[in-house]
Design a protein around this ligand. Sequence first.
Ligand code: ADP
Ligand code: MG
Ligand code: ZN
Length: 482
Amino acid sequence: MAYEAFARKYRPKTFDEVIGQEAVVRTLKNAIDMERITHAYIFSGSRGLGKTTISRILTKSLNCQRGISSSPCGECENCIEIDRGSFPDMYEIDAASNRGIDDIRALRDNVSYAPIKGRYKVYIIDEAHMLTREAFNALLKTLEEPPPNNIFILATTELHRIPDTIRSRCQTFTFKPPTVSQIKDYLKRILETEKIEYEEDALYILAEASEGGIRDSASLLDQAVTLGKGHVTVKTVEELLGFIPETEINNFLSKLKEKNIKEMILITERLESEGYDLNVFWKQINDILHKELIDISIKESGKFFSKKDIEDLIYIQNIFLKAYTEAKSFQNPKHIYQLTILKLNYIKNLVSLKEIYEKGIKVSKHTVETPKDEAKVEKKDNELDLQSVILKIGKEAGAVVTAVLKKASIKMEESQIIITVEENLKDTLSEKKDIIEKHFKKPVKIEGKTVKTTKKKSQKRDEAVDKVLELFKGKIITYTEE
Ligand SMILES: Nc1ncnc2c1ncn2[C@@H]1O[C@H](COP(=O)(O)OP(=O)(O)O)[C@@H](O)[C@H]1O
Ligand SMILES: [Mg+2]
Ligand SMILES: [Zn+2]
């Protein structure tokens, strides 16, 4: 048996099966039942919303052998022929290919004949806006002197291209895109009738991707069933839509968590060279980050991040979302995404608000006298490695140690590592010295520096504090000093 596409097979045959379009359906049903049928309609709306479908149901309602009814029987010869598209009193005219005056003249001649089999002749003029000016004028004449028992339905995706003279003689119905959940239910009904296994989430993804088009959603479903060999899973649907595999997404997120800039850049390079659409990738990442933020707010922690990351996460999501909007209208999205990743480098000093308050803003980078110059150069070279070592240490030794290390001056020598921190923080590190040594794979010397609190220096605010203030649009109200 020939395979029949879902969109065709599941074209609604009654008003009650139509999804969405409540206002259109209700008005038409009332008009039919009260036998107050207008002779000319405009069905306006984007493709795949049911304009043709509803035109046919209306045709059946008027021509069912069991009588005019908003619920035609669907079984009589007329109903069956209308469903098949072979009813002699239903004319489906494609205005895109029959746009001229001659086509409309032929239609006008036809109008004067009585219906062959039914009560009404119905002319469904698809893509009506494509008619030429002459054709519209000829049509207008017919609409002005409506011959009895003829109904005209002008279907169009571009209402503004239908002349006002025509519009004023028709009753216009605007077809609206159905909601994601309506589409989801429609797909679900198809799969349950077909007895095809599916994952609920997969249907949700399909419904979202079809952007309001029911026909598109059904076609996507066809493809998903074929691709998944009869199982509609999230995995096959994502593959179908060109989603980036979950392992890649997870990998990127874990690098993001480590702020491993280099690896994140490499991932974007690789995905692009493998032919993935980076905009799709970025959207997936943003969706997850958003979900993480919500989960952290509600349940304290998400799948990748936890409460302590929330400030970083708000900042990251902020710049990531901006990048997405920008990149979509930019020729080379990769550049924008990579630039955005590089920006993350500048939030690595962002310590948590809680930490700052616990320490009373006393701990300021600028008050530590560090052996600046050499250390800085070396630090730059080893920046990426250093960051990841610090993070590893932090995982074992705790967030406080991470914060202290981030503020410390770390000098990497051949035979040892010298970490210089403020005297009062020295013990914090010394306690975890063995963990620190394990990760640096070298002996570690922890040195304390006395804090010289000259008024001027201590009043210089910490960069991290500035960042937090910027983020929360805050002000420092009290500023404690040791
Ligand atoms: N409102 C709807 N309810 C249910 N199915 C629909 C609806 N709109 C469209 N479809 C599906 O999409 C297919 C195409 O619909 P159609 O009526 O030809 O759209 P249009 O004429 O607006 O482009 C139909 O066969 C049907 O399966
Ligand atoms: Mg159509
Ligand atoms: Zn019937």
